[in-house]
Write a protein that binds this ligand. Structure first.
Ligand SMILES: Cc1ncc(COP(=O)(O)O)c(C=O)c1O
Length: 384
């Protein structure tokens, strides 16, 4: 059987990983500034993480949500503390799309309404409702198309006010990434998030903060929406939550009430997933990784701003983007093949950095050296 060929892949086989580095089968080392798409939060194969999952697997790996799973309660407790939202409620699932799907479904159950406001360049996942609120027609199948989604320009207060003035009473939810990831590292302005919060309260709509990519400490705060000093009604999270173990969830404000059977999943919240998620939070706390993301991210961004060829260096913490001019369009590819550095991209010309939150200053320096050297080499080839 062949694989269903949906991913354009780099011909590299990773066989070993540690901290912010990975190795291929020839023993070649790579610096990982991509974190497997913002997933590696505490660093590859962190010893505490490996030990906690191994120990759990030797006890019980899985049982369904038909029994008590105390690890879920421990996770809820810890997440409440680390996120600063101890009064919220946790629903566990398996992926970012599923988290957003459940968030929007819950908003619709809660309000009895159908319409959802989303924003240009958003990405919220590929399941039916998550993809319907994603601004990319190429991945929306005909069966996913719906009249219920209203796309508004990002960071446009006037358009938001006008939309609510016209149909606020029909809006179940507003969903927004605090920093758009796939859309190219676009930071939501504090005033815009505050307007969403105010209008949702005024019209009884649910504010959904998609924190799948920008959350879990990546921005230098637990949720990037926290920079605006707002409380969303639901936060969705996934990528960094399990450091690679598939675990996701939504946390839900106390005003939204649960009913048996309204949400559900077979795998979500299983023993192994909870052990992985707990290990991640323990390391985030013990190693002060949110502060490290803020500090190392600022250093990296300040240094990148000094490289004249890089345009619009932007982001927060260790979620950084910059644009490359046409003559450097192969920079990302060259960083991988010549400098052995993994980075992310956003079309058409943005390089995205989404490393582990444990990235050290010396790893950042190694990256800066690599990018300077590659730009220098590419410039001399152009001149010749
Ligand atoms: C902001 C955001 N939301 C949702 C998703 C979907 O997550 P998953 O691929 O785990 O379904 C992603 C994935 O890139 C994302 O960046």
């Amino acid at each position: 059987m062949k694989l269903f060929d949906v991913y354009p892949i780099n011909d590299i086989t990773i066989v070993k990983a540690k901290g912010s580095y990975v190795w291929d089968q020839e023993g070649q080392q790579y610096l990982d500034l991509y974190g497997g798409h913002a997933v590696i939060s505490i660093g590859h194969t962190h010893p505490h993480y490996v030990q906690r999952i191994t120990e759990q697997l030797n006890k019980v790996g899985f049982y369904s949500n038909s029994i008590r799973i105390p690890l879920q309660e421990q996770l809820a407790d810890k997440l409440g503390k680390v996120s600063g939202r101890p009064d919220y409620q946790l629903f566990l699932c398996n992926s970012g799309a599923e988290a957003n799907e459940n968030a929007l479904k819950l908003a619709s159950f809660h309000t009895g309404r159908k319409k959802v406001v989303a924003f240009r360049k958003s990405f919220h996942g590929r399941t039916s409702l998550a993809v319907a609120v994603t601004d990319n027609p190429a991945i929306v199948a005909p069966v996913n198309q719906t009249e219920n989604v209203i796309f508004l320009p990002f960071n446009d207060d006037a358009a938001l006010e006008e939309c609510f003035a016209k149909q606020g009473n029909e809006i179940a939810a507003v969903i927004i990434e605090g920093i758009q990831g796939v859309g190219g590292i676009n930071v939501a302005e504090a005033g815009f998030l505050q307007a969403i919060s105010r209008l949702c309260k005024q019209y009884g709509s649910v504010f959904v903060a998609d924190s799948v990519q920008c959350g879990y400490g990546r921005s230098g705060k637990f949720f990037s929406h926290d920079f605006a000093g707002v409380d969303a009604d639901i936060y969705s999270m996934a990528k960094g939550m399990g450091n690679g173990f598939p675990v996701a969830g939504i946390i839900i404000a106390p005003e939204l009430h649960a009913k048996h059977g309204m949400l559900g999943t077979t795998f979500g919240g299983n023993h192994l997933a909870c052990a992985a998620a707990l290990a991640v939070l323990e390391v985030i706390e013990q190693e002060n990784l949110i502060a490290n993301a803020a500090e190392t991210g600022k250093y990296l961004m300040d240094e990148l701003k000094k490289i004249p060829q890089l345009q619009r260096v932007r982001g927060k913490g260790l979620m950084i983007g910059f644009d490359v001019p046409e003559e450097l369009k192969d920079l990302r590819k060259n960083l991988l093949w010549n400098q052995r550095v993994f980075t992310g991209e956003a079309k058409p010309n943005t390089i995205r950095l989404l490393p582990s939150l444990a990235l050290r200053k010396k790893d950042a320096d190694e990256f800066l050296e690599a990018i300077r050297e590659e730009i220098h080499t590419m410039a001399s080839v152009v001149v010749k």
